[in-house]
Ligand binder design. Structure first.
Ligand SMILES: CCCCCCCC/C=C/C/C=C/C(=O)SCCNC(=O)CCNC(=O)[C@H](O)C(C)(C)COP(=O)(O)OP(=O)(O)OC[C@H]1O[C@@H](n2cnc3c(N)ncnc32)[C@H](O)[C@@H]1OP(=O)(O)O
Length: 301
């Protein structure tokens, strides 16, 4: 799936391969490099082969201050994921954050506030693409959730195969869209229902719940809660458990379970984009986003 087609020239320029030793395919030392496998990435996404786990890459999100999912950041994430999917030396990805205390603040509100319909459509297509790329990935994808994870950040976490959350009460996770005066799209809802069940999802979505770690574990939105300094090691050991399963059988099973949910979007992607553009362009929604952005600014005092 050629994802770079249609990218804005600036974005394409941003994504020239970084730190690549000529001839070094991801996961294999370059001829003569001597010092092992190199990382690759882009300004906002660092991908490092895990030195302690062959075939595993750690994808670090580093879009400070809050890993908000801007169009550029989404594009870099998509291209990094595509590279890893295409590099057969990799079987698993651990997705984590390099922004202290924040996994991802969700969709970038400034991509949806005060923007023209064409931009909103382009942005939403990238949001759809990231979800589909992660949710349907053939790789084992484990979320090492080392920060707060609202809305779009929660969707990214839910799209992983397994979620490890740091036991810090500040690191809440949930689809809090109603608190902003907007709503989660049906495919966000579907993933939450699939994860925590219909009644729990219905309540959480309507009330915009952000679950602290203990509640997140109890409701099932995450699979494990561990001390903050054990998130990465726990993700690595869970990865080893998942990679003990033959890839082909696991991938077919993942597809069996997830494809019906993904198909609901795939069968109506354009309509979903149009619905989003119509919804987000409403004066009332733009006003809600303005109020929420102002609250964020006032919070800083
Ligand atoms: C028919 C229907 C069709 C479908 C309809 C679809 C509707 C739209 C789709 C919705 C799905 C998903 C939506 C989202 O993901 S919306 C984003 C939700 N995110 C949040 O609510 C989190 C907001 N942020 C925070 O709560 C905090 O920033 C924090 C807890 C993440 C971090 O706090 P702190 O460390 O104190 O940092 P600051 O608050 O000071 O923030 C720093 C800086 O970053 C800006 N910022 C924060 N979050 C975002 C964001 N999501 N987008 C853009 N910018 C963000 C913040 O404003 C500060 O900026 P500065 O003042 O310029 O420094």
């Amino acid at each position: 799936m050629a994802l770079t087609v249609g990218l804005r020239p600036l974005t394409r320029a941003l994504l020239r391969p970084w730190a690549r030793v000529p001839g070094a395919a991801l996961g294999r030392p370059a001829a003569g490099s001597g010092d092992g496998v190199r990382c690759f990435g882009s300004p906002r996404v660092l991908v490092e082969p895990d030195p302690a786990a062959v075939g595993v890459a750690v994808m670090k999100m580093r879009n400070p201050p809050v890993n908000s999912l801007s169009l550029e950041f989404l594009t870099e994430l998509l291209i990094s994921l595509e590279k890893l999917e295409n590099d057969k030396t990799f079987r698993g990805i651990i997705i984590t954050s390099d922004c202290p205390g924040i996994f991802s603040a969700g969709l970038d509100l400034l991509e949806m506030y005060g923007r023209d319909p064409a931009h909103c459509a382009e942005y939403w297509k990238a949001v759809q693409e990231l979800w589909l790329r992660v949710y349907l990935s053939n790789l084992v994808v484990i979320g090492a959730i080392n920060g707060i994870s609202p809305a779009g950040g929660c969707l990214l976490s839910l799209s992983c195969d397994y979620r490890v959350l740091a036991n810090n009460p500040k690191y809440a996770i949930g689809l809090n869209e109603t608190l902003l005066g907007i709503i989660a799209p049906f495919w966000f809802k579907d993933v939450l229902v699939n994860t925590i069940g219909h009644r729990a999802a219905e309540r959480a979505l309507q009330l915009g719940f952000l679950f602290p770690p203990s509640d997140a574990l109890q409701v099932g939105i995450v699979d494990q809660v561990v001390p903050e300094d054990q998130v990465q090691s726990t993700a690595r050991s869970v990865m080893a458990q998942w990679l003990a399963i033959p890839d082909h059988a696991r991938q077919l099973t993942k597809n069996l379970v997830r494809k019906p949910t993904a198909d609901r979007l795939l069968q109506q992607r354009d309509a979903d984009i149009q619905n989003f553009v119509r919804f987000i362009s409403r004066d009332s929604i733009q006003k809600s986003l303005h109020v929420y952005l102002e609250k964020l600014k006032q919070k800083k005092g």
